[in-house]
Design a protein. Structure first.
Ligand code: ADP
Ligand code: MG
Length: 271
């Protein structure tokens, strides 16, 4: 496989079996995904189907049992520097003893490539982009959940990654805060032009944010549906969600998820 023919980020026949008492749990059974540079791809699927596993394999954090990941034509065998993984539990990922400024700067300090003045300049810029200027000297526990998630996003983006991997990043905030975080992420994605792979169990969130949605089947997971989301940008929390095409995508993906959950009658009723 060469970089000229392959997509920027590819999963090829990715399998994963975890050792389990008395045997093994097969989480992924041959997943193929092609992600073009600069796109926003969401991965959805039933709880426990292997979404987090797939994201961690893409990140080079967990080894696959079979198959391969390629980034820019190169096989991923350890976490690649241009790829940043944002953990689901953002409260746990921030250092409670560091201020907002120091938490964001950490994203650069542990790379060792910048002097103090450059770290300070980039850190301030990212804090401004996530709209936390004025909170530089606060500690995470002095901030709301949504603000803490913005700190985590700033820390991820401060080193200007090419790829941002996010695992259900907005699942523990209220609906309005969530909408605000979605807008912020889309704005940053448009301005900074990174590639996003976003795991969510929320069909609406996936369609609203993405240029493409990949739905996995129940474990052992395969790709069940893979659709391009052709909705205009910038998106609008109210108008976009009322577009006929949005509702078509929603129908198709929900019917797939309901069928995976054994709720075919619900899916038929929705059809
Ligand atoms: N570290 C692990 N060790 C053993 N089994 C695991 C581990 N991580 C995940 N699993 C199992 O793999 C399957 C997929 O898990 P996961 O990727 O977390 O799914 P999802 O993110 O879609 O909810 C589940 O059956 C889960 O119990
Ligand atoms: Mg998960």
């Amino acid at each position: 496989m060469t970089s000229s023919t392959a997509a920027y980020l590819c999963a090829r026949g990715v399998r994963k079996a975890y050792a389990a008492p008395g045997g093994s749990t097969v989480a992924l059974s041959g997943v193929d995904v092609d992600i073009e540079r600069g796109t926003f791809v969401s991965i959805i699927g039933p709880s426990g189907c292997g979404k987090s596993t797939l994201l961690q394999i893409i990140a080079g954090l967990v080894p696959a049992s079979g198959g391969e990941i390629f980034l820019n034509g190169r096989k991923v065998e350890e976490p690649p520097p241009p790829v940043i993984y944002v953990f689901q539990q953002y409260q746990r990922s921030l250092f409670p003893w560091k201020t907002v400024q120091r938490n964001v700067a950490y994203g650069l300090e542990n790379r060792g490539a910048y002097d103090a003045a450059e770290i300070e300049r980039r850190t301030r810029e990212l804090i401004r982009l996530v709209k936390l200027s004025g909170f530089e000297n606060h500690y995470p526990w002095q901030l709301s959940g949504g603000m803490q998630q913005r700190v985590a996003i700033a820390r991820a983006l401060v080193c200007r990654p090419d790829v941002l991997l996010m695992d259900e990043p907005f699942s523990s905030v209220d609906a309005l805060t969530r909408a605000g975080l979605q807008e912020l992420l889309l704005q940053l994605w448009r301005e900074l032009k990174f590639t996003v792979v976003f795991v969510t169990h929320d069909v609406d969130e996936a369609i609203y944010l993405s240029t493409r949605v990949v739905a996995l089947s129940r474990a052992p997971a395969r790709v069940a549906v893979d659709i391009a989301i052709d909705l205009p940008h910038p998106r609008d929390q109210i108008a976009t969600r009322e577009l006929p095409r949005y509702l078509e995508y929603r129908h198709r993906l929900l019917a797939q998820l309901f069928a995976e959950e054994g709720l075919e009658s619900t899916a038929r009723a929705a059809a």
